[in-house]
Design a protein around this ligand. Structure first.
Ligand code: T46
Length: 134
């Protein structure tokens, strides 16, 4: 799993700083996920063309990334504050075990296009096999 880390600066408040050079793509979109339902897993999709960096700034969650061949899991929480993971294109993501008050920051290589999402795991495996035949 590829990881990145925002620089944390305690000044008047807490700053997280991410230089574009730390992210392996040009950033075209930024969004946050705040106060996700702790009972509700999210994600369950892959992107055909989009790459993303997902940072946990507050709270915690578990992220599972699956490239169609293997799965890796990481817990992001206050112990590894500012840690982010890279979700490459054609990688399935699942997010669960959200702690109350969690704040995620997501940097994305593409503007929003719902057509670029694969939301069925079966379809994802089919397309992953085609793009990466073994
Ligand atoms: C991802 C994970 C980490 C927009 O209108 N524009 C946007 O840029 C985004 C990201 C979402 N939306 C709308 C579409 C849905 O009506 O916001 C709603 C929630 O989106 P979604 O169900 O895709 O949320 P998640 O948390 O399952 O997934 C999001 C991103 O969509 C996805 O790219 O990798 O966060």
């Amino acid at each position: 799993m590829e990881k990145v880390k925002a620089k944390e600066v305690k000044d008047d408040g807490l700053l997280y700083i991410i230089e574009s050079s730390q992210v392996p793509f040009e950033i075209k979109r930024v969004y946050t996920i705040i106060d996700a339902d702790t009972e509700l897993p999210r994600g369950y999709h892959a992107h055909r063309d989009t790459e993303q960096a997902v940072f946990c700034l507050r709270g915690g969650l578990r992220i599972t990334l699956d490239n169609g061949l293997s799965r890796s899991k990481i817990v992001l929480n206050q112990k590894n504050k500012g840690r982010g993971v890279i979700q490459r294109k054609m990688v399935w993501i699942e997010m669960d075990k959200f702690l109350p008050g969690t704040i995620l920051l997501v940097l994305s290589s593409k503007e929003y296009d719902p057509k670029g999402y694969i939301r069925s795991y079966h379809q994802f495996i089919k397309e992953a096999k085609k793009s990466n035949p073994t």
